[in-house]
Design a protein around this ligand. Structure first.
Ligand SMILES: Nc1ncnc2c1ncn2[C@@H]1O[C@H](COP(=O)(O)OP(=O)(O)OP(=O)(O)O)[C@@H](O)[C@H]1O
Length: 244
């Protein structure tokens, strides 16, 4: 089943069309990657699908019903979780940052404690529980950011370059763990990255965005191995590096 559908989306900023997507969808349980060069429109596409930004034109459907970013019920908001590259962690300790979403949902204290403990352990940040989130390294902050999103057990998870500040061994380990978690929980995921290694590891399907358009969308392996003429220059550059 298609959980999210975009129709005739256009995003215009100061007379420039930065996103032009006639048709786009995500299936339930799918882990969909979005790749493309800087400024291509990847984050904008994520924000439109996550109902965080209203398009200039077009419609977004969640489970068959049209939804508007400016008027989304708390019920729907709570089905989504977002982890962005520059995580806006709150000026309190790591434990409270991870617990916040559950507190807002008025979960029982005992449950909050159990779940926070579980996710801090999962992301190997238990030792940072009492540390102020503002004093974390980039990699530590990204772990907190991911824990904070996953603890909500969202129906749809939106990730915008959440691994970018991690050193390579940490990235590989975290990618493996996140993949395992997403597969275990069958969480529908939209994952923006310009790193083909991350995309190849985590996703089942892949959309290539260049100049605000989705120029190829298919199974990840197929898109990587058989890029169309528009996607090829971008993907082949990557593959060249890959094989060094
Ligand atoms: N608030 C804004 N004001 C002006 N221009 C914007 C704004 N947000 C995005 N843009 C422009 O829209 C285009 C798409 O931006 P977007 O952040 O979606 O690209 P991206 O593919 O995610 O880029 P990156 O890989 O660099 O993060 C860019 O040209 C960007 O400069």
């Amino acid at each position: 089943m298609k959980i999210l559908i975009l129709k005739d989306i256009k995003v215009q900023l100061e007379k420039q069309i930065i996103l032009d997507v006639p048709e786009f969808s995500i299936n339930e349980g799918e882990i969909l990657g979005i790749i493309g060069p800087n400024g291509a429109g990847k984050s904008t596409l994520l924000k439109i699908v996550a109902l965080l930004q209203a398009p200039t034109e077009g419609r977004v459907y969640y489970k068959g019903e049209e939804k508007h970013a400016n008027d989304v019920s708390l019920f729907i908001r709570r089905k989504f979780a977002v982890a962005l590259q520059q995580s806006l962690l709150f000026d309190t300790n790591v434990y409270n940052n991870v617990a916040l979403g559950l507190k807002l949902r008025k979960a029982p204290k005992k449950e909050i404690h159990e779940r926070v403990t579980y996710w801090l352990t999962k992301f190997q940040i238990s030792h940072l529980a009492k540390k102020n989130a503002k004093s974390l390294s980039g990699g530590e902050a990204q772990r907190v950011n991911l824990a904070r999103a996953l603890i909500l057990e969202p129906e749809v998870l939106f990730l915008d370059e959440p691994f970018s500040a991690l050193d390579f061994p940490t990235k590989v380990q975290l990618l493996k763990e996140v993949k395992e978690i997403l597969n275990e929980t069958s969480t529908t995921t939209l994952f923006v990255s310009h790193d083909l290694i991350e995309i190849n590891h985590l996703t089942n399907s892949l959309a290539v965005v260049i100049h605000g358009r989705v120029i190829q969308h298919g199974m990840t392996k197929e898109v990587i191995n058989e890029p169309n003429v528009d996607a090829a220059p971008f993907l082949l550059n990557w593959k060249e590096l890959y094989t060094i």
